[in-house]
Design a protein around this ligand. Structure first.
Ligand code: SAH
Length: 253
């Protein structure tokens, strides 16, 4: 405990860990985790931490206890400990950054700082090729906190805008057919041969890349550790990679 480079003032760090492997974490994130006394997070993410961080005080709560987990982090910081709160990918993209700032309103003496991480859209895109190298939209299919009508509206608008689309939370135990539903909505606007791909377990054991058309995607089985990419009207396969060109080459030809 005590003063360190990062924990000089009363600060809680909300850290994006990247997709999984330690190599994909930023140096800043690693340094702060090393200087922490306590690391708070969802069990699955704590398990991903490297062995040299396992001597820290690790505090986890099960999924769906998000608010409780945030409060624990602030209470530990109040005791004078150096606290980091971890989220997968980027904590500010479908992560806990916003809730931590909201809960922080009740702890005016504690600063909250967000440390960015590599989000699944970036790490997954890199596995597939360059599928979001032009304007793109990110849409989550989870309707736990967002009504499905709104998700449907966003999918349709993204398709009408000819955006490349990244889909987070494409499936869960209770929402097995959501990707199918999403593809059916997109197919009302987009051609069935639109180039698509998805990546399972990015940066983790069992990482696998898959390429298909939008009409094939409709019947693919994906799990909650999958990120899905839908190309725009220019996207195509080049050398077994999914590419959304920016247009440079056409201009030069
Ligand atoms: N904050 C995270 C996103 C959390 S939402 C980030 O910035 O990446 C959870 C969803 O993110 C998953 O359902 C999946 O669609 C995607 N995701 C996160 N990590 C992933 C990984 N390692 N491999 C594949 N998809 C991942």
């Amino acid at each position: 405990m005590g003063n360190t480079e990062f924990f000089k003032d009363k600060t809680i760090y909300v850290i994006g860990m990247g997709p999984g492997s330690e190599d994909a974490m930023t140096l800043e994130a690693k340094k702060i985790l090393k200087e922490s006394d306590v690391i708070v997070g969802y069990t699955v993410y704590l398990d991903l931490l490297s062995d040299d961080l396992k001597d820290k005080e690790l505090i986890s709560t099960p999924m769906k206890k998000e608010e409780e987990r945030c409060i624990i982090a602030f209470e530990e910081a109040k005791k004078g400990k150096n606290v980091s709160f971890i989220s997968s990918g980027d904590a500010g993209i479908y992560g806990m950054a916003s809730l931590m700032i909201e809960i922080g309103e009740d702890y005016p003496d504690i600063n909250v700082r967000i440390i960015p991480g590599v989000t699944a859209a970036s790490s997954g895109a890199a596995v597939l090729g360059a599928p979001i190298n032009h304007d793109f939209c990110v849409i989550s299919l989870s309707d736990l906190l967002t009504p499905f009508e709104k998700i449907e509206k966003r999918l349709r608008a993204a398709a009408m805008g000819d955006f490349a689309i990244v889909i987070y939370n494409p499936s869960s135990h209770k929402r097995k057919d959501y990707l199918k539903k999403a593809c059916e909505i997109l197919l009302e606007v987009l051609p069935p041969d639109t180039a698509c791909g998805y990546v399972k377990n990015i940066g983790r054991e069992g990482c696998s890349a898959h390429y298909c058309s939008l009409s094939q995607l409709k019947d693919e089985e994906v799990d909650m550790f999958t990120t899905v990419f839908i190309g725009n009207s220019e996207s195509r396969m080049i050398n077994q990679k999914l590419v959304t060109p920016r247009g440079y080459k056409r201009e030069n030809d």
